[in-house]
Design a binder for this molecule. Sequence first.
Ligand SMILES: Cc1cc2nc3c(=O)[nH]c(=O)nc-3n(C[C@H](O)[C@H](O)[C@H](O)COP(=O)(O)OP(=O)(O)OC[C@H]3O[C@@H](n4cnc5c(N)ncnc54)[C@H](O)[C@@H]3O)c2cc1C
Ligand code: SF4
Length: 325
Amino acid sequence: MRAYDFTRPGAVDVALRDARDGSAYLAGGTTLVDLMKLEVMTPSRVVDINRLPLRGISVDRDGLHIGALERMSDVARHDDVRSRYPMISQALELSASPQLRNMASMGGNLLQRTRCSYFRDLSTPCNKRTPGSGCAAVAGHNRMHAVLGTSDACVAAHASDVAVPLVALDAQVHLTGRDGPRTVPIGEFYQLPEQTPHIENQLRAGELVTGLTVPPLPWASRSAYLKIRDRQSYEFALTSVAIALDVGGGVIRDARVAAGGVGSRPWRLPAVEQALVGRPATAETYEAAAARATDGARPLTHNAFKPALLRRTLVRALTGLGEIR
Ligand SMILES: Cc1cc2nc3c(=O)[nH]c(=O)nc-3n(C[C@H](O)[C@H](O)[C@H](O)COP(=O)(O)OP(=O)(O)OC[C@H]3O[C@@H](n4cnc5c(N)ncnc54)[C@H](O)[C@@H]3O)c2cc1C
Ligand code: SF4
């Protein structure tokens, strides 16, 4: 690990002042320290933000508010999160391990880097780590990689589980920087890789994520997160889906659907939503809707199974939700 300065400010304005070019904020450290040890991230200064007042989980008429420093485990087991937005709670419970969830923050989870193994291996080319160096994954081992929203420059999958239900629910990400606070819809927060895969989101230099707001959606109490992975614990998604369904009289009145493990960012599926709404909650409807999930997919050598797996994941999750009375 390279040498670095360290500060632990107690106020947001001091943290923003402390952050200079080449700094990194430290929350739980479960991604940052890992990547610093590998020398994939080499900040010249680490600004520990754990003393900042970025905590709190509350509900009011604007929705659910979550501070950026709330730990994943605390959010997962919060009563309001469990009852109002089960898919958020489930996505968190299915992430990483209990120890990691106790340490890792919501802000850090949204900003974690890809798990592409070439990104973490300094001996291989990677446009995300070293712009312009090439992409080892395109012709390499790409079983875990994305099939939606990729480019010739990068085919990495977005790693965060909880970002998937947050995208389905149109959550807002609150940011603050030296120019003051601003809010970005999470659907616009993550960028496609195109020719600049090293630019992953809208965060400006030195900006902090301060929190999240999930708008009210009463029927999201009927929602679920289904994650398919190689092992039943401690593993990233091959595919995952976050679905909320509003069903009445056997008909789907409204739907929110997003997928993980398959996209270069958490992937909203509007064509699937449209194919569900107004239709009977039946197996035929689920199959027809799931068929729309992989429009535009670009499978690679080792992940050609992902489009079919995503469709099956969707049908399974829809069937489970459709049967809830
Ligand atoms: C073995 C392993 C398995 C895992 N499995 C999963 C999984 O299945 N699903 C999943 O979703 N995740 C998984 N993770 C990722 C884990 O959830 C993340 O490492 C964690 O959420 C990051 O949070 P943190 O607070 O530790 O972030 P940190 O490591 O502290 O920071 C991560 C990044 O975000 C920046 N940052 C942090 N907070 C802020 C802020 N408020 N404002 C601005 N920048 C900030 C940091 O500078 C850094 O670049 C796994 C991690 C490991 C190590
Ligand atoms: S897929 Fe993206 S992260 Fe992985 S090697 Fe290629 S450029 Fe790097």
